[in-house]
Design a protein around this ligand. Structure first.
Ligand SMILES: Cc1ncc(COP(=O)(O)O)c(C=O)c1O
Length: 371
């Protein structure tokens, strides 16, 4: 392994801060001087702006994406004894949130080309206990939402979207997050809309779900010191909201830059024998990650490491094989595509401030490795 830091990194949250430094510093100063640090004007304004961005009436700022998913599920009345259908090829947080809500995750496999939930398998695992389908728009690519919402309607299930990686992704003219009953976003620093700490958001078009979530994020309070239901403490704080308001203004532009860099990778790598990322047939990819697949993934990773190129693996071990879940969550279906993806995927450097020359350099290095 190369011990020096990569000269081309996988992601660069600091570059995003530096790109908007002046405006972010002004926003931070405004909060510091304003004296209200929890659930004040910044959070309220950001909730309104983010809801408008997604195209839904309600958005509730919370502490992180995992809490956003847990609250989304709990607000739907999902808890102990209930089952939620999802994928194992995802961030462990997706599955952790289902268990935090008290429910049981039930896995289906992914489609090999898109790495997303294989909708055709959903009906084979629906049981009397099933309450929801939880698709993950992994890497920024929208899952097959028309088919998912149709299957959910047929079986009376909720759809809870995991949009942690899909800020700005669109399918058939509608943003991810606006399709399901409720959706969860993360603002972890490396996300397409990332803050300088932790943050998350739940969005919905359902007024009842919105008010339940709003109460639950703060001790179940309907007003100060009056808890109508058991809640938790997971508030988005004013500082993060102020930073996110600045960055939201640049999200469309940043996503365009990501898309331009992704095109540059695709142009050079079309001659390679890598498995290249899928694109939506009628929609917009948010290009959170640029993920390729190869049987000799470790060799390619080591080669790029020697060349000073930072890479990542999203994700090296599927959730059902993680020590915390293995032997505890019985599988209803084998997950061969999930296990193959975990062995073959490799994420290449991609962030809005990355120079296009660096993308060309990485892509050409890959062709050289192949030859
Ligand atoms: C697909 C997915 N779901 C959920 C989460 C959880 O978000 P957070 O880290 O903000 O809790 C993440 C982020 O890591 C993610 O990538």
């Amino acid at each position: 392994m190369n011990d020096s830091p990569p000269s081309i990194s996988l992601a660069a949250p600091r570059a995003s801060y530096l790109a908007h430094r002046q405006e972010i510093n002004v926003a931070i100063q405004r909060v510091l001087e304003g004296g209200q640090y929890i659930l004040g004007r910044e959070v309220a304004a950001f909730e309104e702006e983010f809801a408008a961005f997604v195209g839904v009436p309600y958005a509730i700022g919370v502490g992180n994406g995992t809490d956003a998913l847990e609250l989304a599920l709990r607000a739907c009345g999902i808890g102990p004894g209930d089952e939620v259908i999802t994928v194992s090829h995802t961030a462990v947080a997706t599955v952790a949130a289902i268990e935090l809500a008290g429910a049981t995750p039930v896995f289906v496999d992914i489609e090999p080309a898109s790495y997303l939930i294989d909708v055709r398998q959903i009906e084979s695992v629906v049981s009397v206990r099933t309450k929801a389908i939880l698709p993950v728009h992994l890497y920024g690519l929208p899952a097959n939402l028309p088919a998912i919402t149709e299957t959910a309607r047929k079986h009376g299930l909720r759809v809870v979207e995991d949009c942690a990686q899909s800020h700005g992704a669109v399918l058939n003219g509608k943003n991810t997050g606006a399709w399901g009953d409720v959706a969860a976003f993360s603002f972890y620093p490396t996300k397409n809309l990332g803050t300088l700490g932790d943050g998350g958001m739940v969005v919905t078009r359902d007024a009842h779900l919105a008010s339940r979530i709003r109460e639950m994020r703060e001790y179940g309070w309907v007003r100060r010191y009056v808890s109508e239901q058991p809640g938790m403490n997971t508030r988005l704080d004013e500082l993060q909201a102020a930073i996110l308001r600045v960055k939201l203004r640049y999200l469309a532009q940043d996503n365009h830059r990501r898309a331009r860099l992704a095109r540059a990778y695709l142009d050079v790598l079309k001659e390679s024998c890598l498995r290249l990322p899928s694109e939506p047939s009628d929609g917009v990819h948010a290009w959170h990650l640029f993920v390729v697949g190869h049987r000799q993934r470790e060799e390619l990773l080591n080669f790029l490491d020697q060349r000073g190129v930072g890479t990542g693996i999203h994700y090296p071990v599927p959730v059902h094989l993680q020590p915390a879940y293995r032997n505890r969550l019985p599988l209803r279906l084998p997950l061969p595509n999930t296990e193959k993806a975990a062995a073959q995927v490799l994420s290449l450097p991609l962030y809005p401030e990355l120079p296009i020359e660096s993308v060309q350099q990485v892509a050409e290095a890959i062709l050289e490795w192949e030859s």
